[in-house]
Ligand binder design. Sequence first.
Ligand SMILES: [Fe+2]
Length: 494
Amino acid sequence: MRDIIQKKSLTCLGSDNPYLNGAWEPCDTEWTASTPALKVLAGEIPRDLHGVYMRNGHNQVHAPIGKYHPFDGDGMVHAACFENGQMTYRNRWTRTTGYLAEQAAGESLWPGIIEPRKAVRRGWGSIGAMKDNAGTDIIVHAGRAIVAMSQCSEPYRLDPITLDTLGPDPSWARALGDRGICSHFQIDEHTGEMMFFNYGEKVPYLNYGVVNARNELVHYEPIELPGARWPHDMGMTQNYCILHDLPMFFDQVALAKGQHRLKFHRDVPARFGIIPRRGRNQDVRWFEGQPCYILHLSNSYEQGDEVVMEGCIQTNPVPDVSVLPKDGYARMNALLDMHRQETRMHRWRFNLKTGQTREEDLDDEVTEFPMVNGRYKGRPNRYVYTAYMVEGFWLLDGLKKYDMQTGKTQSWRCPPGCYVSEAPFAPRIGAKDEDDGYVLTFMNDAAHRRAECAIFDAKHIDKGPVCRVELPGFIPLGAHAYWMPMSDLKGVAA
Ligand SMILES: [Fe+2]
């Protein structure tokens, strides 16, 4: 099977924006395609791989209003479903309210994150001006994929197999009003609970919530902060969540005038709020750390008196771009450059007895998009999988595996001109230990207009993919990814 479901004319193409070209050029077709019509380019599809690798991302349709940023585009999910040594690939735009309105209008109606002042109508997100692109995060909860954007938006549900948009979650999305949820929401695979947060420019600056395994909003709590913040991730352990109050936020004087000027406050400590899973604002215990920003955590867990949080720290999150020209894309590229941002794997230890924080770097190489075996989320884990970041550009050109017990690492670099996506771990059927399974990613090759799904043996990612399966067409780089074991759909109503 190799069916074109829908083909669109993309009016966003033809600009010189680097995030609408090359490895980032949006694709124009929705496909459903399976092996053997999709060629296995190398190796064999493992028969003990049973589930869906899904990756969200931004795939803009219309010419943007103002300067396009890679977090702006229409959300599109790509999924590779594995069963009995066969693979079926699907990709679908998420039909959000904003997407449907722009399709009906035949043009962009909302500007992106860089130029909210060009908005002529109320939008979504913490700034209140963007389209609800739902293109950042993806997880599966209560049998449905949930997608949302990094600036907060309504949580959209998708069928995790067909990727059909089922609309905002009917049982709890309305209770959150226009705040919605922010990437990154967390799943505890052992309890089936989903923990989330949202944020905004008015009090309450942060809300924290829990949706239980039956998809009921069972906890929703405003959290006091000193001002409007810009968190992107949160930690989760068996008993706590870790909320982020980081010193990269909008200049508050400018914000009062309606201007969004992101600033790193180098003299303000980072604050981490440890809240019991069903805790209230008054239960939060705040810990301080070195000034930093954090995009993505790998994992958090409890160890003795300590809550341990691991992930990618940025100690220069807003690089100085004053010498770069305002026109063109040099400033945007510099602000997105994870090398300039001093990004690296890091560990924080919050001692619940003493109230002290201890920190240590875990690496000096620049990697991001950390992933762990989902069954170990919130529990002590040994292995982390990250992606190498290209200097000067938001491109992922390799994978790295960390063994936190021995300190050993493994690395694999993409062939020249090829780039990968966030690469989650997928346990094999009957897995015996933490890294007994596969690491999956989509890899594209812009020069040859092709893309593939690459499957690695998680114990030996340095040996390269054990299997490569072609995709029916080129797909751009994306945002976040998730592995859903098919067993997670057992008992879920169709
Ligand atoms: Fe993210």
